[in-house]
Design a protein around this ligand. Sequence first.
Ligand code: ATP
Ligand code: MG
Length: 238
Amino acid sequence: MLKVSELKKSFGTGGNRLDVLKGVEMEIQNGELVALMGPSGSGKSTLLNIIGGLMAADSGEIELNEHQYGRKGPAGVVDIRREHVGWIFQDFHLLNHLSAIDNVAMALEIGGVEAKIAQEKAIAALKKVGLGDRMTHKPEQMSGGQQQRVAIARAIAGDRPLLLADEPTGNLDIQSGKDVLQLFKDLCHDKEQPISILLVTHDPELASKADRMLLLNDGRTAASNIREAWGLDGGEEE
Ligand SMILES: Nc1ncnc2c1ncn2[C@@H]1O[C@H](COP(=O)(O)OP(=O)(O)OP(=O)(O)O)[C@@H](O)[C@H]1O
Ligand SMILES: [Mg+2]
């Protein structure tokens, strides 16, 4: 469902030129949770930004279902951002004065969904992330883990097939981080409507729980056996 081919991206020119992505190749199947790891500055966020249609690559190709892009600037991939890719960030990006339900519904309304349908979809999404009893709470009345689940509800409410999560557990305590990862797994492995998630994390323990791990290093991605690399094999399983 997602195929990235020969993707290259550099910043700057001349002596200041920095080649960040040097030919990234990767695929994600429908229903897969893939963890992306790599040193700080290796280009993880850059890769997500290009896949999410926020930035153009210098060369290469992205196929997301029937759509092809990669070198198109943000104005050329409006439909990708509106309908195909949902975002989850480290610091949630919720509107503090709005209830959980309004945070989710408003995002849908901006995308052109009629108010009443947006409400219904918001309620369904919040129930799906386990916040059925917190729908009228505002972000300040919720824990970090609950706020992140509102952000996840917002990302899935529009039935987007791919979620991009850039360090979504970075601001959460260990248990809330594990809960978010379990929720991601449930969403990907949902029998009725499986989605795919590309998750950037610095936490090898969480990454090892994904279906698959990729390591971005020196501008390229490679499959990574993080369980082995971090000596996690033989440890407890959930
Ligand atoms: N708009 C930009 N202009 C110039 N350089 C940039 C720009 N965006 C990113 N870079 C550079 O590209 C490199 C990769 O940045 P990126 O944010 O993708 O790394 P990252 O892997 O997400 O790092 P971290 O783990 O710290 O979040 C860095 O050296 C960064 O300084
Ligand atoms: Mg980053």
